[in-house]
Design a protein around this ligand. Structure first.
Ligand SMILES: Nc1ncnc2c1ncn2[C@@H]1O[C@H](COP(=O)(O)OP(=O)(O)OP(=O)(O)O)[C@@H](O)[C@H]1O
Ligand SMILES: [Mg+2]
Length: 308
């Protein structure tokens, strides 16, 4: 249990952190989301996945989106990518309304989405060639991006010869090769083991430091969000609404040593309170929350043979 007396308020920022946020907010907006609502028709009637979502991200900002399962995180990112149309509201990237997929937005998903029949290098070259670049130039650029993600030695390997972390590094190189203004990442490290995942987090921050790109990163993991983000967009479910847009008070550059810092713990406590609020009437709450549905438990052991 955290002692509230020793954990500062997450709203407290050091002078350096406050000055950094002021510099960030002075940068031009890259992504503007205004009053975004998405309703799906389902056999049970209309379902509101997202309700009146508005936020703006600035150039080279790192924003994480967090919220319970089913709160509309993937729906949001699919709308931003232009893969889904909103019911109402507007999305602009660099001042242009999003009408469909475009090279100004790169995507990285949780599942490995490389073309299995192409080498690593050809996977990264694919988007460049689609955009009309000549083979020699596309190859040179692909090798540079592979160098950035530390995989130049694997340029001629095929995806099945790579580990999960390596595949996601190729996916990042492929997404960045088209020089998108924004990188949209939907739980990209969700399928990785804990150790690979933390290496990938540090690696992604290194890449972000060196590339002119804004990152919108969806995660379930509170520590991952705090470690990576400038700001964290916290959504609630049923319907998916913005609860809070938190400015992370942890200074940069980030390191794992900060996980126990007062600023980190304060942000963690705030996220915990938003994501896991105390249940007032448990029975009522569970009846209304589809994520709380538990399978019916049958006892297959002797009642006297307890493990507790
Ligand atoms: N094509 C669709 N048709 C009908 N309902 C949909 C569709 N896509 C998503 N939904 C519903 O919208 C809600 C939000 O789904 P979404 O996949 O965006 O949630 P999520 O926050 O990404 O969840 P998770 O954390 O489990 O990935 C869910 O209730 C889901 O059932
Ligand atoms: Mg999802």
């Amino acid at each position: 249990m955290l002692n509230p007396k020793t954990v500062p308020d997450y709203l407290l920022q050091s002078d350096a952190v406050r000055a950094r946020f002021e510099r960030l907010k002075a940068r031009e907006p890259i992504l503007e989301v205004r009053n975004l609502t998405k309703r799906f028709a389902t056999p049970q009637g209309e379902h509101t996945a997202l309700a009146d979502i508005s936020f703006t991200t600035h150039r080279r900002e790192f924003v994480c989106v967090i919220g319970p399962s089913g709160c509309g995180k993937s729906t949001l990112i699919r709308i931003l990518a232009g893969l889904e149309t909103p019911t109402s509201g507007e999305v602009c990237v660099k001042g242009q309304a999003v009408r469909g997929p475009g090279a100004d937005r790169g995507m990285v998903f949780q599942g490995y989405t490389l073309f299995p029949w192409l080498t690593v290098k050809k996977n990264v070259m694919f988007g460049l060639r689609m955009n009309g670049q000549g083979a020699a130039q596309a190859e040179r650029e692909a090798l540079q991006w592979l160098d950035l993600v530390g995989l130049e030695k694997f340029a001629d390997a095929y995806p099945h010869q790579l580990s999960g972390g390596m595949k996601q590094r190729v996916a990042i190189a492929r997404a960045l090769a088209n020089r998108p203004g924004i990188l949209l990442m939907d739980e990209p490290f969700g399928a990785l083991d804990a150790q690979t995942r933390s290496k990938m987090q540090a690696h992604l921050l290194d890449i972000w430091r060196n590339v002119d790109v804004t990152i919108l990163f969806i995660t379930h993991d509170l520590d991952e969000a705090i470690f990576l983000a400038d700001r964290i967009l916290v959504l609630k479910a049923h319907p998916g609404e913005v609860q809070e847009l938190i400015e992370v008070p942890v200074p940069r550059p980030r390191s794992y040593a900060q996980f126990n810092s007062p600023e980190f713990l304060a942000t963690r406590a705030r996220l915990d309170a938003l994501i896991h609020p105390p249940v007032e009437d448990e029975a009522d709450d569970e009846a209304n929350d589809e994520t709380q549905v538990r399978p019916h438990m049958i006892r297959l052991t002797d009642v006297n043979d307890s493990v507790e």
